[in-house]
Design a protein around this ligand. Structure first.
Ligand SMILES: Cc1ncc(COP(=O)(O)O)c(C=O)c1O
Length: 476
C-alpha cells in the first residue's frame, strides 16, 4: 500500500503532521473569524476535551449497555426543555442542526401519513429558512413550498397561511434565521399552522441556547418557544451558542407522542434487534459527554453574561457598520447574527479585502428581493475585537471605493463558463482566471467566483458547487 505506511507513525510525527496539514486553516483562535466556530474561551475548550476523550469509545448504539450515555442525553435534553419552556417536552441528542431538522421533518411526514392519511406531504417554509429543510425534503420525498419573506426579512404569516394546503405536514419558522439573524413571527405562524391542523417547527438552532439566557438577563426577546401555542417541535444546537464541541444538537417535541414517529426499529434480519432514536446507529459518547460537561461547567450565570456581551457587541457592530458610508445592516437582527450590504460597493470584494487583513467574514448570495450581503456570526471570542474590526472595515471600504470598478461581468459569458465547467471543459482555476482573478491567491480571491455564482440561475450555481466539491473530495 502506498497511502498507508506499513510501520505506522509515532505520536510525535502525527503531531508534526497535523501542524503541516492545518497550516492553511482559518485561525479562529485569534477572534477574527465571524463564522463556523463558537468559542467561549480556552477553559471551556479544556473541559470539553477532557469529557470528549473520557467517553470517546462508548457507543450509544445500545443504550442499555451504556446507561451513562442515556443519562447524560436525558439530562442535556432536560436543560434544553427547561430553557424552551417545554414542560412535557421530550427530545434527543443529535449530531447537529441538520440532523435535528431531518428528524423533525421525517417525524412530521410520518405523523401526517399515519394520522391524516397524507401520501405526498409538503412543508411550508419562509425562503430564509436554512437549507437543511430542503435537504430533508429531498432526502425524504416531500415537497417544499418556499414563501418569500417580507421586506424586513421575516416570514410573512399571511402568505405562509395561504400556502398551507391539505397535504401540509409542517410549517417552519426560524429563531433567528441564519442569513439576516431575524426572528420570524412565530406566534402568527404557529396560529396559522394550528388553524389548519398541521405541525409547527421552530428552528432555534442558533437561538435555542442564546435567546433564553438573554431573556433571563432582562432583554426583550420575541416569543419563539414552546410557550407559543401551536409550536410542536424545535431544534436547538449545543454546538452553536451552547459552546459545546461540534456534533451536538437537540430535537424536541412538545407532545411526547410525536417523538414515536421519529424512531426506527428493525428485527427482520438474523442479527440483533436494531432501534435507533436518531439518524445515526453507532453513535460515540464523546459529543454528549462533552455537551453535558460544558453546560454544567459554564452554568446559567456565565451563559447569561456571555450572551449579553455577544448581544451588546452585535448592536455595536450594527451601529458601526451603519455609520460607514456605503454600508447598511439588513433588517434589525434579533440575536447574535447580522448581515450588511451595499448599494455602491461590491461586498464580495470587501470580503476579500478584509481577508487580506486576516478577518474572515462570510459572503452571501442575493435572493429574490434580498441583495447579496456579508454575514457575521458573533461569538464571545469576537467580542474584544469589535473596534479593530470596524476600523479595518472602514479602511477597506475607503480603499475599495478608489480602486475597483463596481461592474459585474455580464451574465451570459458567466453562464457559458459555468456550463463549460460542469461539462469538465473548464476547471475552477481556469474559470477564475477567465474573469480576471489570480488562481494562485486562492484565499483572497473569492470575489470573482462569488460574482459568477451569485449571477447564475440557482440550478446552475448549485451544479457548479456540487462539481467543485466532487473534485475537492478526491484522493490526491
Ligand atoms: C438557523 C440554522 N438552522 C440550522 C442550521 C444547521 O446546523 P448544522 O450546521 O449544525 O447542521 C444552521 C447552521 O448554521 C442554522 O444557522
Amino acid at each position: 500500500m502506498d497511502a498507508l505506511e506499513n510501520g505506522g507513525l509515532s505520536p510525535e510525527s502525527i503531531d508534526a503532521a497535523f501542524d503541516e496539514i492545518r497550516k492553511d486553516d482559518l485561525d479562529w483562535s485569534a477572534g477574527r473569524c465571524f463564522a463556523y466556530v463558537f468559542s467561549a474561551g480556552e477553559d471551556v475548550g479544556a473541559v470539553a476535551k477532557r469529557a470528549y476523550t473520557a467517553f470517546m469509545t462508548e457507543n450509544a448504539l445500545d443504550p442499555t449497555s451504556f446507561p451513562s450515555l442515556v443519562r447524560m442525553e436525558n439530562e442535556v435534553v432536560q436543560i434544553a426543555a427547561e430553557l424552551a419552556h417545554g414542560d412535557a417536552a421530550v427530545g434527543n441528542f443529535t449530531s447537529g442542526g441538520t440532523e435535528s431538522i431531518l428528524l423533525a421533518v421525517k417525524t412530521a411526514r410520518d405523523h401526517g401519513r399515519a394520522e391524516r392519511g397524507i401520501e405526498r406531504a409538503n412543508i411550508v417554509v419562509p425562503d430564509s429558512v436554512h437549507p437543511a429543510f430542503h435537504k430533508a425534503a429531498h432526502y425524504f420525498g416531500l415537497d417544499v413550498t418556499s414563501v418569500p419573506v417580507r421586506k424586513d426579512f421575516r416570514a410573512d404569516p399571511a402568505a405562509m397561511a395561504a400556502a398551507i394546503d391539505e397535504n401540509t405536514v409542517l410549517v417552519v419558522g426560524s429563531a433567528p434565521s441564519y442569513a439576516q439573524g431575524v426572528i420570524d413571527p412565530i406566534p402568527e405562524l404557529a396560529a396559522a399552522a394550528a388553524d389548519r391542523g398541521t405541525l409547527m417547527h421552530v428552528d432555534a438552532c442558533v437561538g435555542g441556547f442564546f435567546l433564553p439566557f438573554l431573556e433571563q438577563a432582562g432583554h426583550a426577546v420575541p416569543a419563539f418557544d414552546f410557550r407559543v401555542p401551536g409550536v410542536t417541535s424545535m431544534s436547538l444546537d449545543l454546538h452553536k451558542h451552547g459552546y459545546c464541541p461540534k456534533g451536538a444538537s437537540i430535537v424536541m417535541y412538545s407532545d411526547p407522542d410525536l417523538r414515536r414517529y421519529q424512531l426506527f426499529s428493525h428485527t427482520r434480519w438474523a442479527g440483533y434487534g436494531i432501534t435507533n432514536a436518531t439518524v445515526q446507529s453507532s453513535r460515540g459518547g464523546a459529543s454528549v459527554a462533552a455537551a453535558w460537561a460544558v453546560l454544567r461547567y459554564i452554568g446559567a450565570d456565565r451563559y447569561r453574561k456571555l450572551q449579553t456581551e455577544v448581544r451588546a457587541c452585535v448592536l455595536d457592530l450594527c451601529n458601526g457598520v451603519n455609520a460607514i458610508d456605503g454600508l447598511h445592516v439588513l433588517g434589525e437582527p434579533d440575536g447574535s447574527l447580522l448581515a450588511f450590504s451595499s448599494d455602491s460597493l461590491d461586498v464580495f470584494s470587501l470580503v476579500d479585502a478584509m481577508r487580506e487583513k486576516k478577518w474572515y467574514i462570510q459572503p452571501q448570495f442575493g435572493h429574490d428581493h434580498v441583495p447579496k450581503s456579508v454575514h457575521l456570526t458573533v461569538t464571545p471570542i469576537n467580542v474584544p475585537h469589535r473596534d479593530a474590526f470596524l476600523a479595518d472595515l472602514a479602511q477597506c471600504v475607503a480603499e475599495l471605493r478608489v480602486s475597483t470598478s463596481q461592474d459585474s461581468p455580464p451574465a451570459d459569458p458567466m453562464a457559458a463558463m459555468a456550463a463549460a465547467f460542469v461539462s469538465g471543459q473548464l476547471s475552477i482555476p481556469d474559470a477564475v482566471s477567465a474573469i480576471g482573478a489570480d488562481p494562485a491567491r486562492t484565499a483572497g480571491d473569492s470575489a470573482a467566483i462569488n460574482r459568477v455564482l451569485d449571477a447564475l440561475p440557482a440550478e446552475h450555481a448549485e451544479a457548479v458547487l456540487r462539481e467543485y466539491f466532487h473534485q475537492m473530495y478526491a484522493s490526491s
